[in-house]
Design a protein around this ligand. Structure first.
Ligand SMILES: NCc1[nH]cc(CCC(=O)O)c1CC(=O)O
Length: 317
């Protein structure tokens, strides 16, 4: 590690990020991790905010927009063009199959991977089971919509988009009665008291939820070395298992898929997963221990075999 040339205020490491409040909070966490790991001056990291395609589209479900890399395209171009040295991402929003020009150099320690249920004034519910009959739950996540449909077929799920503050504003305005948001995002925005955590046994999280990834150019050995010093290995291995599962399905963050890997007390890694049909009506559920990533891929293949045709059709693996 002593041989890595460290960034300095004169030659700062340029850190690219989306400009949303959540992305900025995560960028600051990544910068703080590097500053602490190497004892460098805060000015040795320069934060470069940018707007992503996904940020510009607010009126449609992203699944409808189609196209790939809605959250990463601009940061990828800046990284590839040498305008930034690293890019910080919510890994949940990053395709599992990445361009080989980029390397996932580090994952920060994962935050709470679970979802929180947030309800509007006038509704008292700490769990999805407590919501009033026929309540409207807004979400832009096919996974959450499918899970809610399975738990509560009487609820009406509607599209709710925008960044965290926008969604909470729409909820406060009564556009919907309830929504589900990642606990990690709320925590990072300082919204510690907003909503109620839903147990993973009831609402299994999305692959990579709560994980922050730092990418660099694959051929930038210096930066790769630097990122190694802030990589949290237990997070990296657990999230890699979830991403291997998703990749083996041919899914992405817009697929109705839940995948959550956790470390058990005996040091083994356990992966739980659910895959749904497009309308959420059908599903397949399974779990496996993951001694190596191949086990996650094997679970994907097994669920595809067991799943009803309506589910299998969605995944072109
Ligand atoms: N799809 C948006 C998104 N991407 C990452 C997070 C939360 C932070 C994280 O999972 O690390 C969120 C918001 C949400 O789902 O509530």
């Amino acid at each position: 590690m002593a041989s890595i040339p460290l960034p300095t205020p004169d030659r700062p490491l340029r850190l690219g990020t989306r400009a949303s409040p959540l992305a900025m909070a995560q960028a600051n966490m990544a910068a703080a991790a590097l500053i602490a790991a190497y004892g460098i001056a805060p000015e040795a990291i320069e934060i470069v905010p940018m707007t992503a395609t996904g940020d510009k589209i607010q009126d449609r479900a992203l699944a409808e927009v189609g196209g790939k890399a809605l959250w990463t395209r601009e940061l990828d171009a800046a990284l590839d063009g040498g305008r930034i040295d690293i890019a910080v991402h919510s890994l949940k929003d990053v395709e599992t199959l990445r361009d080989p020009r980029f390397a996932l150099g580090a994952m920060l320690e994962r935050a709470d991977p679970r979802d929180r249920l947030v309800v509007r004034d006038g509704i008292a519910a700490a769990a999805i089971a407590d919501l009033p009959h026929g309540a409207r739950l807004g979400t832009s996540s096919p996974r959450r919509a499918a899970q809610v449909r399975r738990l509560r077929p009487d609820l009406e799920t509607t599209l709710l988009r925008g960044n965290v503050a926008t969604r909470l504003g729409k909820l406060a305005a009564g556009e919907v009665d309830a929504t589900l948001l990642a606990a990690a995002g709320l925590e990072r925005l300082g919204m510690h008291a907003v909503g109620t955590v839903q147990p993973a046994e009831i609402l299994l999280p999305a692959a990579s939820q709560g994980a922050i990834g730092i990418e660099c150019r694959a051929d930038d050995a210096v930066t790769r070395g630097l990122l190694r010093g802030v990589d949290h290995e237990p997070t990296h291995r657990a999230v890699a298992a979830e991403r291997a599962f998703l990749a083996a399905l041919g899914g992405d963050c817009r697929s109705p898929v839940a995948a959550y890997a956790r470390w058990l007390a005996d040091g083994t890694l356990r992966l739980d997963a659910e895959i749904y049909s497009e309308d959420g009506a059908d599903h397949a559920i399974g779990e496996t221990l993951v001694p190596d990533p191949a086990a996650a891929e094997a679970l994907a293949r097994r669920l595809l075999v067991e799943a009803p045709e309506s589910v299998r059709r969605l995944f072109a693996a």
